[in-house]
Write a protein that binds this ligand. Structure first.
Ligand SMILES: C[S@@+](CC[C@H](N)C(=O)[O-])C[C@H]1O[C@@H](n2cnc3c(N)ncnc32)[C@H](O)[C@@H]1O
Ligand code: SF4
Length: 499
């Protein structure tokens, strides 16, 4: 911990008094939290338009890669989704563009291929540890496209390891047998299907034209072709009752799904579900909390293991199959740095290619940090515009200071419902029990945490409130980021006036 400026940053932004903690929790625990699905630090709303030359960052990263031993979780973005009424399925907070036919898809694939080629000098030697084709709706591609997509990865990395998790995301009605067969033949080994609701009356709120039978068929196809199956369900949906939620879980479990993501509905932004009319139909926060508890009891009783606040895996039948149903793309990042030779080295990175894809590189922490998160354009027009000028299609990003890297690590760790404070001390040379001590004391009194000789473990309602507790530990740093932003905007105004 050398730099005094970063040390004072830490002191200012991680010290909380007992009354600050208490009033934050009293105020926020009765509100809907808006960070339920995206849980990194800081959230993209704090990132700035990117002025940094991407080539320079990539060259520094390549230098770092020569002396480091990390592996890469590759994300490949797809923009398109079937149009719905209300727009964006009524609830979705992810960027997407309406599907307008196959010719748009073909043009996008051509551009995506060029982006893969742009990364050849920088990413070509990396070691892959998982791949996720997300969106949007990547199963809108036609059967012949999956081999092509895998070919892009194969060419960039000079081979795709056959023992890593390779996921393709999509919607139930498009996973027909012909497509699943093509997906399997192209080398994918895991399907992540957004189902949200199995109740055919309730799914109508999203405008998605999807039936329960299509979900069964899609799962059956996955299992027939030996693909790991995962489905996303949402609870806290308009007019959903406890019985509806339990029924959805029962159907999914009985259909043999290997992995489940059970998100609480995130009500935010300008989505239809955030409108007054739909808000009035939502279960109360108290009911959501109870749903979380009952879902947990049910999934445990069915032999599922909880991996994070929201994701569950079916216990594999044999010991040698322990990783079979794990969600590596998510889990690899829960422990993304280690301490080595007086510095902090990244063990896992995220590299993103395509529409709205994110890159996350932590290159040193104790020394001057050169750590970034940045995102490609979330407008297809702008993405295509930059690519046609042969520029990296990056839109905005965030430069981490030392304290931000710690917060990013804490957020990832909290997602697993425990924090290994011995690891934290070893990596960051700081006693976590002292830092934020008012937070741990307060939530201990509420019965939300248990301390062992190695871990802080979130228990009972403490697990449900993890998104709120993440927001709490980051709250002062986020206020500082907002202030810095305001200050720099004011400076720009002054310069413009003088100019
Ligand atoms: C990027 S989306 C794509 C999945 C796929 N296109 C689909 O619609 O089924 C991934 C998952 O995020 C979850 N999600 C998106 N918006 C959400 C929200 N507002 N609240 C809770 N979960 C959300 C959904 O469960 C969704 O399946
Ligand atoms: S939920 Fe899926 S299909 Fe619906 S808008 Fe979001 S990404 Fe597209």
């Amino acid at each position: 911990m050398k730099s005094t400026s970063t040390r004072s940053t830490r002191q200012n932004t991680s010290n909380f008094s007992p009354s600050e903690v208490n009033s934050f929790i009293e105020r926020e625990s009765s509100r809907r939290q808006s960070n339920k699905v995206l849980h990194g630090h800081p959230s993209p709303m704090h990132w700035k338009p990117f002025s940094e030359p991407v080539q320079t960052l990539l060259e520094k990263r390549a230098d770092y890669a020569r002396s480091s031993d990390f592996s890469v979780n590759l994300y490949v973005g797809t923009p398109f989704c079937l149009k719905t009424k209300p727009a964006r399925c009524g609830f979705c907070l992810f960027p997407s563009e309406d599907y307008r036919g196959n010719s748009g898809v073909e043009s996008y694939l051509d551009i995506l291929e060029q982006e893969f080629e742009m990364y050849k000098p920088y990413y070509g030697r990396d070691k892959l540890s998982s791949i996720y084709f997300g969106g949007g709706t990547p199963n809108l591609y036609r059967p012949q496209h999956y081999g092509r997509l895998m070919g892009f990865v194969d060419k960039l990395y000079e081979g795709v390891p056959d023992d890593i998790e390779i996921t393709l995301e999509g919607i139930p009605q498009l996973f027909n047998e012909e497509k699943i067969k093509a997906i399997k033949e192209a080398g994918f080994n895991r399907i992540s299907m957004g189902v949200q609701q199995l109740n055919e009356d309730l799914i109508k709120y999203s405008g998605r034209k999807q039936t329960r039978q299509q979900v069964y068929n899609a799962l059956e196809n996955c299992h027939k072709y030996d693909l790991v199956s995962s489905i996303d369900l949402i609870y806290g949906w308009p007019e959903q009752t406890m019985e509806d939620m339990l029924e959805d879980l029962r159907i999914a479990v009985d259909a043999g799904v290997h992995h489940l993501t059970h998100y609480e509905l995130n009500v935010a932004g300008r989505s239809d579900f955030a409108s007054k009319a739909k808000r009035d139909l939502l279960p109360s926060i108290q009911t959501n909390k109870e749903m979380y508890r009952r879902a947990k009891e049910y999934l445990h009783s069915q032999g599922f293991e909880q991996e994070t606040v929201y994701d569950w895996k079916r216990k594999p039948e044999s010991d040698e199959n322990q990783r079979a149903h794990r969600y590596d793309y998510e889990h690899n990042m829960h422990d993304f740095v280690r301490h080595e030779q007086g510095d902090i080295r990244q063990t896992q990175q995220v590299c993103g290619i395509g529409f709205s894809a994110v890159n996350f590189h932590v290159n040193g922490v104790d020394k001057e940090t050169d750590s970034w998160i940045y995102m490609n354009h979330t407008s297809l027009e702008k993405y295509v515009g930059k690519m046609s000028r042969k520029e990296f299609p990056v839109d905005r990003g965030f430069h981490y200071n030392q304290h931000d890297v710690k917060l990013a690590w804490l957020f990832q760790s909290m997602q697993t419902m425990k924090i290994d404070y011995v690891d934290y001390r070893q990596i960051f040379n700081e006693n976590l029990l002292d830092t934020y001590s008012a937070v741990w004391t307060d939530i201990d009194k509420r019965g939300w945490i248990k301390t062992t000789d190695r871990e802080l473990q979130f228990v009972d309602d403490g697990q449900y409130y993890i998104p709120m507790l993440q927001a709490l530990v980051a709250s002062k740093r986020l206020a500082q980021i907002r202030d810095e932003r305001k200050q720099s905007l004011q400076n720009i105004e002054v310069v413009t006036e003088i100019g």
